[in-house]
Write a protein of this length. Structure first.
Length: 247
């Protein structure tokens, strides 16, 4: 769904997808923000306005931490959208009809101190309706049921997922639904792995935000999760502020 998941420098890694059903992971720690509320009639109705709002919300390197820098490329092409094929391989295609606008950004913690390069990504999507955004959450879960192992690129994959879902009222996150996932990331160019994988996806109103962290040699699961959780919380606060300005 990260853009998710998908996100992190992969066709899918940025998209809000790659969800999990293989088990249950510990739920992420709550933020201090409340669920967003807004007049639907005042939310972005055109692609241009939606993209302007996205740029107010989407993470910058500082949202993760001081060691994080822009990746190359830094941003996705807004005219493309990551899609998980029937062969469980992610590809870039035209945005789905329900997507008003979406954007992914890619980041990195450069290799240093015996640690390999950590890849991170963030994605914000504005759907045409609230129901469309909710379907993205549901489709994320369906995708991992269908594809327990997913190829992000040649020589790069994720698998062995553990997931947790929090509905409205179960978390202090400023979201109606939150999905949290950990798993194994493999990359032949980085020595194979497996390395820690962390992914967050939240939905509120017509918006979804996702963050992905893909580890490397020397990175612990807790370290990768701390970076993704921090950026995820920052984007939710940014979204709350941006929506309030629309009202």
């Amino acid at each position: 769904m990260l853009a998710a998941c998908a996100g992190g420098g992969t066709p899918a890694g940025t998209r809000s997808s790659a969800s999990a059903t293989a088990g249950t992971a510990p739920a992420p720690g709550p933020t201090e923000t409340a669920v967003i509320d807004a007049d639907p009639a005042k939310l972005p109705a055109t692609r241009a306005k939606a993209l302007r709002l996205i740029r107010e919300v989407i993470a910058e390197p500082a949202a993760f931490g001081p060691a994080v820098v822009e990746g190359s490329p830094y941003e996705s092409d807004p005219a493309t959208w990551p899609v998980l094929g029937t062969d469980c391989v992610w590809r870039q295609e035209k945005p789905a009809a329900d997507v008003l606008a979406g954007l992914s950004r890619y980041f990195e913690v450069p290799a240093a101190g015996g640690k390999g390069p950590l890849r991170l990504s963030a994605v914000v999507t504005v759907h045409r309706t609230r129901e469309d955004a909710r379907w993205e959450m549901a489709e994320s879960l369906e995708e991992t049921m269908r594809c327990p192992t997913q190829q992000l690129r040649q020589g790069e994959s994720i698998g062995s997922m553990l997931a947790s879902a929090l509905a409205r009222g179960e978390s202090q996150h400023s979201a109606e639904d939150v999905l949290f996932e950990t798993g194994e990331y493999r990359n032949e160019a980085l020595g194979g792995g497996p390395y820690p994988y962390s992914w967050y996806l939240s939905q509120t109103l017509r918006f979804t935000v996702a963050v992905t962290g893909k580890g490397a040699k020397g990175w612990s699961e807790d370290e990768v999760d701390a970076l993704t959780n921090q950026a995820h919380s920052t984007m939710l606060r940014n979204l709350e502020s941006a929506v309030e300005k629309q009202s």
